[in-house]
Design a protein around this ligand. Structure first.
Ligand SMILES: [Zn+2]
Length: 141
């Protein structure tokens, strides 16, 4: 079975967003077109609580600085994809009609822990031998 994983196609990673990727919006029409090629479509969503440990503002530092966070080097980012914010929403032009699950990540206040918001796809994804991915950004995990 093939799966398509739509990675972080969220407002904050698109032009005008808090952590914009130049041209990041160009992935949207491609992502919409290729969804028909995969029987399973899932999306990831960067989903940080306010005050997340990867935010520069949480440490009184500047974006781009690197700190030690729980023993790991952490690049500090501007506040982005805060849970419930417009920036955290999937792009409005992204066709979400075939997305079976949204896998939220960055949900732990102090780490990059990942949470799965639906059991529908989580039960199927590990067994998939072939995966396609479309991403607006891989800057922040
Ligand atoms: Zn992030």
């Amino acid at each position: 079975m093939k799966a398509l994983i739509l990675v972080d196609i969220q407002n904050d990673f698109l032009p005008g967003g808090a952590l914009a990727v130049p041209g990041g919006d160009r992935v949207i029409p491609v992502a919409n077109r290729v969804q028909c090629l995969a029987p399973l479509v899932v999306a990831t969503q960067d989903w940080h609580p306010a005050g997340h440990g990867s935010f520069a503002s949480s440490h009184g530092r500047q974006p781009g600085e690197v700190i030690d966070l729980a023993g790991l080097a952490q690049v500090l980012w501007p506040d982005h994809c805060v849970q419930g914010s417009r920036g955290a929403q999937l792009a409005a032009r992204l066709d979400d009609s075939r997305i079976e699950a949204v896998l939220r990540k960055g949900t732990d206040a102090g780490s990059i822990a990942t949470a799965v918001s639906s059991t529908t796809a989580s039960a199927r994804v590990p067994a998939l031998p072939t995966i396609f991915a479309a991403a607006a950004s891989t800057k922040c995990w």
